[in-house]
Design a protein around this ligand. Structure first.
Ligand code: ADP
Ligand code: MG
Length: 450
């Protein structure tokens, strides 16, 4: 039906309208529904306001009986995954189908650009590493446009930033299905803008983004060095804040540390609330594995969860991946899930993990981090600026490798195992009271394990 409707539309509309607005739509259709997927929030909005009557007329002309319903949605261009249920109103998002041409700096195939209904607060596991971020996110969902504006979440990959961001968006829409919530990756914002510029639609673009109730932009580090986009975003951002509309941003690092971002943007990002998500600690890793397994109806024995959580210390995405592999392997070989099976299923992953995290590697990373030489760490020198990093390095060695205390002592210039134990305990208790040490430690874990 759609293919024929297009012919009607082509006659009905002028060429420019047809090319700018109808051509970019993708379609998924069956007998009863034609789902039109708009590549960008902005195109969606436009088609919805201006061209829906024409579209409906064309469809009705082609299929006067049992006329299919026409639904306009934001599209993913990611047909590998089942298209998730769509939200009532302009959920927005965007990486435009021309994104492939516009995008220069990544080779990712697709960018997610609509609210994922599976990313909600209910299935977000909380632990020490993310509880501040989660609590703040709930606050934002309760009270959008309030004092946590903008709300800025930063942290390494796979730690739940995107999940939290969607959870807020989903909660906002649950409370108010008519809220104009747009989620998009920063590259999509850039793509959408370039597209608007190219089609002389920048005024509409501005109006669209500035009319939102909540704007969620993911991974803003990709704005780096895109001056024009930063400029446009800056104004959009200001307009939204002035109107008490909620802005939520994520990035892989602290806003001030994002290179290639204008200072005025960096400083503005700090006006609301900036919160880190840290790599999950052991208990949380166990909880995540158990919860994800339960959600998918797998019986995951506790000892298996412990084993995996102990070996894989990176991020949540990695844990999810491991779990999928374990389950697939168990189903494939028709065995029950045991530690033995896991060792087999994750052989390469575990080997990799083991290989990369060596004492050498830890020493080198810590030395770099504190701008010392490895020789300093191994030396007998006791000045605070060397002794503390040395203790951090030993604590990391204990946490991240399977080496014994004496082995670690040996590797650190032939120290006694009690010295190592003391270091481990000191750092553990300092992490509870001294946030600088705590952050240093978390960052180092991330660097070493990623
Ligand atoms: P990021 O945006 O920080 O790179 P994501 O939000 O994409 O990370 O998370 C990666 C995957 O891990 C997602 O599938 C997400 O649902 C899951 N995930 C991350 N943190 C948690 C958590 N605390 N509880 C449950 N799932 C999580
Ligand atoms: Mg993300």
């Amino acid at each position: 039906v759609w293919t024929q409707s297009l012919k009607f539309l082509e006659q009905d509309l002028n060429e420019q309208q047809f090319h700018s607005w109808i051509r970019p739509l993708k379609v998924i259709e069956d007998e009863s529904v034609i789902r039109l997927l708009a590549p960008t929030p902005f195109i969606l909005d436009w088609v919805n306001r201006k061209l829906m009557p024409n579209i409906q007329r064309a469809v009705a002309q082609v299929a006067p009986q049992d006329t299919p319903q026409v639904k306009l949605e934001i599209g993913d261009y990611d047909f590998d995954e089942p298209v998730t249920q769509t939200m009532p109103t302009p959920i927005a998002i965007a990486p435009a189908q021309p994104a492939a041409q516009l995008r220069v700096d990544t080779n990712k195939k697709t960018i997610k650009h609509k609210l994922n209904v599976n990313y909600i607060f209910d299935n977000f596991v909380e632990g020490k590493a993310n509880q501040l971020a989660a609590a703040a996110a709930r606050q934002v969902a309760e009270n959008p446009g309030g004092s946590y504006n903008p709300f800025f979440i930063y942290g390494g990959v796979g730690l739940g930033k995107t999940h939290l961001m969607h959870a807020i968006g989903n909660a906002l829409l649950e409370k108010n299905p008519n809220a104009r919530v747009a989620y998009l990756h920063s590259e999509s914002f850039v793509a959408d803008m370039v597209n608007a510029l190219r089609h002389n639609k920048i005024e509409e673009f501005k109006r669209f983004y500035r009319s939102l109730d909540a704007l969620l932009i993911d991974d803003i580090q990709f704005f780096a060095n895109k001056e024009q986009s930063q400029e446009e975003f800056f104004h959009t951002f200001n307009t939204l804040l002035e109107g008490n509309k909620q802005v939520i941003l994520t990035s892989d690092r602290f806003p001030k540390e994002v290179d290639g971002l204008e200072d005025r943007l960096k400083s503005r990002f700090g006006w609301g609330l900036t919160i880190a998500v840290e790599p999950p600690e052991f208990e949380m890793r166990v909880a995540i594995l158990m919860k994800k397994a339960a959600q998918a109806n797998y019986a995951l024995p506790e000892d298996v969860a412990f084993f995996v959580a102990k070996r894989l210390r990176g991020n949540v995405r990695e844990l999810e991946g491991a779990l999928k592999r374990i389950v697939a392997y168990a189903q494939f070989t028709q065995q029950t899930i045991t530690v033995e099976l896991v060792k087999e299923a994750l052989k390469d992953l575990l080997a990799l993990q083991q290989k990369m995290i060596t004492l050498d590697n830890i020493q080198k990373t810590v030395a770099d981090y504190y701008k010392l030489r490895v020789a300093d760490l191994l030396s007998k020198r006791r000045s605070r600026n060397i002794a503390r990093p040395r203790q951090v390095a030993m604590a990391l060695a204990k946490e991240l490798t399977h080496h014994s205390l004496p082995e670690i002592g040996d590797a650190f210039g032939g120290r006694d195992h009690t010295t190592v134990l003391h270091a481990v305990r000191t750092i553990k208790s300092m992490r509870d009271t001294d946030h600088v040490i705590d952050e240093d430690f978390s960052k180092l874990v991330r660097i070493i394990t990623s």
